[in-house]
Design a protein. Structure first.
Length: 190
């Protein structure tokens, strides 16, 4: 064989080796996993009933009271229902206001009224009442109170006045949030 043919065959063999060696070094593979994580939710419903029962056997919801007098005992039963999947810790706050006939209004202490607070299932701290149990889906708390008594000692300055006694309910998740309601974090800010 002549030198040119040997040189040409050597060059071709070298090129083939480069092509085969180069491509085998670049074999790759990739894959992707798409995972969806959905968070649980917290949602509650504040229920205010009375001790009266309608014809359907259900409690009659609380409505505004007119012509109340000192010493009257009014049925007002606030409780909270968990309406979402996540277990929840519950707290409630009670505020009161008075609106005088002349148009002036003031915030007053709800302690002005006698509320029969359930101290067995609720504990008071920092102006809130905390429910001592976790609330699962569709569970309802025991009532925070069941009656509001207008004090006998109500003076004439309140004659014709309108009082509002407002109840607010809040919830936070139980999961990964302390071992009881008093250790829970993340409560809504006022």
């Amino acid at each position: 064989m002549n030198k040119r043919k040997i040189l040409a065959l050597a060059i071709i063999a070298f090129m083939c080796a480069l092509i085969v060696g180069g491509t085998s070094a670049y074999f790759t593979f990739s894959d992707r996993a798409h995972n969806v994580i959905t968070t649980s939710g917290i949602a509650i419903e504040l229920i205010e009933d009375t001790n009266q029962v309608g014809v359907d056997g259900r409690a009659i919801p609380f409505t505004n009271i007119t012509d109340a007098m000192p010493g009257d005992v009014i049925s007002k039963i606030p409780k909270v229902k968990n309406i979402d999947d996540g277990d929840a810790y519950i707290r409630m706050r009670v505020t009161a206001n008075v609106n005088y006939p002349d148009g002036e209004s003031n915030r007053i202490s709800p302690d002005m009224f006698n509320l029969d607070i359930d101290v067995t299932n609720w504990q008071s701290s920092n102006g809130y009442y905390y429910y001592n149990q976790e609330l699962s889906k569709n569970q309802i708390t025991t009532p925070l109170f069941t009656t509001v008594t207008i004090p006998d000692s109500l003076s004439d300055q309140y004659q014709g006045a309108t009082f509002s006694l407002d109840v607010y309910a809040e919830a936070v998740q139980v999961a990964n949030n302390g071992s009881n309601v008093m250790e829970a974090k993340g409560w809504p800010k006022e």
